[in-house]
Ligand binder design. Structure first.
Ligand code: 0A1
Ligand code: ZN
Length: 850
């Protein structure tokens, strides 16, 4: 067994650690296979704790020596850690351990990536570096000495001193061990400086491998924008002399907010016009902001225990969304966030992996870095802000920073600052943190004697371990439109608190058209009978951009669902509404592109399932293809003009306006390709001087089962660029036709550049396989077994990435009996694999229990 038998940890069992850590001094003697870590830790008995047993976490460590107050001791060591008797008074603890970073393929703790040393300690990776109370409520001041031959030796905080082959760092801010970081390697710095609002000078460095120095400028600018934004919007200033970012090629997640030393997956920080798309630029800007914002929401104020993960993640995602909205188009950001929420979080919340924003138990915390904790966690903050208003939100957050700076907190602490500043009782609101599942909100309406009444009824389906749900507080933003499209009632925030509740509007001269759940004011599924005519009206007139898009989205979904379930032809009203909208040059091109973006196959599948139809992935694919073809023909006259009008002249800039035009330009090219067999796309591919246009052209070609020549040319041009090669691997699988998908993915796993140990490359192929809905669910079952084969192979090397990718199977109960049987075989096969990791065991067990 590589992992100890899984045990379940419960929120209700929390107790504080028996000792306070006054200071930590670490020395690293770096060697690829035998790095020595010497720790000197000052412990004091914790007056607030009752349990004084002394247990330090430690996994995969070779204990060389242990001393208490300078005297050698022989502690009891197990696979999980170490225990021994200690004095009932302050004492100094010292251990020497040996670890093997070169063989650390799990990418947790201290590991090596392309010859460079780096660490990943969240959530529980520090215990793979040395024996320590590895829990977020134990905060301490760290001093770190690194001995190694590398020109760059980094840790948290401020540099103290350095010499040939050594460096010392001191972080004055007490922090939990999960924020510890160390980096050593032959790296180049892209440097700049920042002066904070109170005049403090900060050195900024972005460290990269030689060859990547041309991809740093955008990230550095994004960092400065984030620093200014957090000062201006949240009053948060940076608090060290340096802020370092390091790009690492082998990384399980996107990036990590270690104090003063953020470590980034290189795909989430390196960017250049030639190698990155507009979407990459926007994502990089957001992730840099996210990690930077953690300095206050996560680091200065951290989590008491891992059940409180949403305290830092929900709030930080909310803050990075605000940042992107401020810098770019707010409506486009909101629409994209909702598409993403429905695609990932709703799928999670309505399946076997459903869990509350604040879970109450887990086996492996790494499995809870989920869309529910992050994105639904952010939606909960958005709702709170809508309920109390902007000014009260600002006041409460100020109090949060003032009251809790330097502490490890809980959701109760967070809600209390809102209760104290607003006088509101948030007991019912707190259900958003404790109840899993997506609420359904049904709306009916009445028009009697000049009074218009909306009646809302809420219910949430049972989720694993939670058969019964209580009504939540749901903010529902409603506006009313008159027959000429004028707003007869501006947006009002209705507060739904009962299972069923009515709201009336008086003094209207005629029956209005309601615009409900504006700005997507709550993460719920709204159920309401509507007509195509009403949706077309809202698509043309709604003054709320989100709901305007939503009306188009509802039309788009219905048209396809009718094709699938009733054999209907592509809906004429829908096509007509789209024609009008696409040609309306007063509308933001990015917004028009989003209205044209087809609903995802997975979203259609979920809706079919909810309406008691087992979704047929091939039928969904066929309907979407027919619709795209019909749309292309309907818009044929406008396509060349709009394609030309949205072609951005001049050198490429990753700015919001250019990106918005290119979004629509891409939609036009995709439709044009269906009429001209890909001629225009081939031309664009040949002449493109930036990745956005080059990649868009390749995608358009692959989507119509063409582009073999361009695919080869793309490979020849970019084979030495890792990040572009990830795109190459992914595109071939993601845009393959259903019957070819599994075979293409299988072939790519045999490609010399396929490397399962690199999470980005593994995800490029296997993630794309799972995302190609009709390809993944092809009735041959080939994709299911291919993915299972590779999950079984990866698990012993990298449990965390394996476990995350198991979620490809989470929706299996949506599908027909044949597909369920095919998936079940694979789930059983994975479950029966000897020595399966704790991470993957937990995921597969939960999915199988569906
Ligand atoms: N805290 C990081 C995400 C992160 C979480 C876990 C990791 O390794 C297990 C790595 C990164 C963030 O929210 O950006
Ligand atoms: Zn985060």
């Amino acid at each position: 067994m590589r992992d100890a038998a899984p045990t379940t940890i419960y929120l209700k069992d929390y107790t504080p650690f028996g000792y306070v850590v006054d200071s930590v001094h670490l020395t690293f003697d770096l060697e690829p296979h035998s790095t020595r870590v010497t720790s000197q830790i000052a412990f004091t008995p914790n007056p607030e704790a009752t349990d004084r047993s002394f247990f330090l976490h430690g996994e995969q460590l070779k204990l060389i020596s242990a001393k208490i107050d300078g005297i050698a001791i022989s502690p009891t060591v197990t696979e999980q850690g170490l225990s021994c008797d200690v004095p009932n008074a302050p004492f100094t603890w010292e251990t020497v351990v040996e670890i093997d970073p070169a063989n650390n393929t799990a990418l947790e703790g201290l590991y090596m990536s392309n010859g460079m040393y780096c660490t990943q300690c969240e959530a529980e990776g520090f215990r793979k570096i040395t024996f320590y109370p590895d829990r977020p409520d134990v905060m301490s001041v760290f001093t770190v000495r690194i001995n190694g031959p590398h020109p760059v030796l980094l840790s948290n905080g401020n540099p103290v001193d350095a010499g040939p082959h050594w460096a010392e760092w001191h972080d004055p801010w007490p922090k939990p061990a999960y924020l510890f970081a160390l980096v050593a390697g032959e790296l180049l710095a892209h440097s700049s400086t920042f002066t904070t609002v109170s005049g403090k000078h900060v050195d900024l460095n972005l460290y990269v491998r030689p060859g990547d120095e041309g991809k740093c400028a955008f990230g550095m600018e994004a960092l400065k924008k984030s620093m200014i934004w957090d000062e201006q919007v949240y009053g948060r200033e940076y608090d060290l002399d340096v802020f370092n970012i390091v790009a690492v090629d082998d990384f399980n997640m996107g990036a990590m907010e270690n104090k003063g030393l953020n470590v980034f997956n290189s795909s989430c920080v390196l960017a250049s016009p030639e190698t990155s798309t507009d979407d990459n630029f926007e994502r990089i800007e957001a992730i840099i902001a996210h990690e930077y914002f953690h300095n206050w929401t996560g680091n200065r104020i951290t989590c008491r225990d891992w059940f409180q993960l949403c305290l830092k993640e929900g709030l930080t995602v909310f803050r990075d969304s605000q940042f992107t909205s401020d810098l770019r188009s707010a409506p486009v950001k909101r629409i994209r966030d909702v598409i993403d929420l429905r695609g990932r979080q709703f799928a999670e919340d309505n399946g076997p992996l459903s869990h509350p924003v604040r879970p109450e138990s887990f086996q492996e915390i790494n499995n809870f870095y989920t869309a529910t904790v992050y994105e639904k966690g952010a939606e909960v903050i958005g709702m709170l802000k809508r309920l109390v208003g902007d000014a009260a939100y600002a006041e409460a957050v100020d109090l949060y920073f003032a009251r809790h700076d330097g502490q490890a907190c809980t959701i109760e602490d967070w809600l209390k600052v809102f209760e104290d500043t607003t006088g509101r009782d948030l007991t019912q609101f707190k259900r958003w943190y404790s109840q899993a599942g997506t609420p359904r909100v049904n709306v009916t309406e009445d028009w009697t004697d000049g009074t218009y009444t909306l009646t809302f009824t809420q219910s949430t389906p049972a989720t694993p371990g939670q058969p019964h749900k209580d009504p939540r507080v749901i903010p529902i933003a409603v506006g009313l439109l008159g027959s000429n499209g004028d707003e007869v009632r501006k947006t009002e925030m209705l507060e739904l608190t009962e299972a069923s509740q009515s709201f009336s509007f008086d003094g209207l001269s005629s029956r209005p058209t309601p615009s409900i759940l504006r700005e997507f004011s709550a993460p719920v599924i709204l159920e309401r009978d509507s007509t195509n005519a009403e949706r077309a009206f809202l698509l043309a007139h709604d003054t709320d951009p989100f709901n305007r898009w939503e009306a188009g989205n509802a039309l788009a979904k219905d048209a396809r669902l009718n094709m699938i379930t009733k054999g209907a032809a592509p809906d004429a009203d829908y096509l007509d509404a789209l024609q009008k909208l696409v040609r309306d040059d007063d509308l933001d091109p990015g917004f028009r592109a989003l209205v044209l973006q087809p609903p995802s196959a997975s979203d259609l599948a979920q809706t079919l399932f909810e309406n008691e139809h087992a979704p047929d992935p091939q039928a969904i694919y066929d309907a979407s293809e027919t619709m795209a073809q019909t749309l292309a023909q309907t818009l044929a006259d406008s396509l060349p003009r709009l394609y030309a009008a949205t072609t951005v002249e001049g050198p490429y800039q990753p700015d919001a306006v250019g990106a918005s035009n290119r979004m629509l330009n891409f939609r036009m090219l995709a439709l044009l390709s269906r009429l001209d067999g890909g001629d225009q796309a081939a031309q664009q591919f040949a002449s493109a001087d930036n990745m956005t246009l080059q990649y868009a052209a390749l995608v358009c070609l692959l989507s119509i089962d063409k582009g073999a020549e361009q695919n080869q040319a793309f490979f020849d041009q970019w084979k030495d660029d890792r990040l572009v090669m990830d795109k190459w691997f992914a595109a071939q699988v993601a845009f393959a036709t259903p019957e070819k998908t599994a075979a293409i993915a299988a072939t790519l796993t045999q490609h010399p550049l396929f490397d399962m140990k690199n999470p980005n490359r593994f995800r490029a192929v296997m993630g794309a396989l799972a995302m190609n809905h009709a390809g993944f669910h092809h009735i041959s079952g080939d994709a299911y077994s291919l993915l299972a084969d590779w999950l079984i192979k990866l698990d012993p090397l990298n449990p965390q990435t394996t476990a995350r990718m198991c979620s490809a199977f989470q929706t299996w109960k949506r599908y027909d009996a044949d597909r369920q049987a095919l998936i079940k075989i694979q789930l059983d096969r994975i479950a029966a694999t000897p020595d399966l990791s704790r991470d993957t065991t937990e995921m597969i067990t939960r999915i199988r229990e569906a």
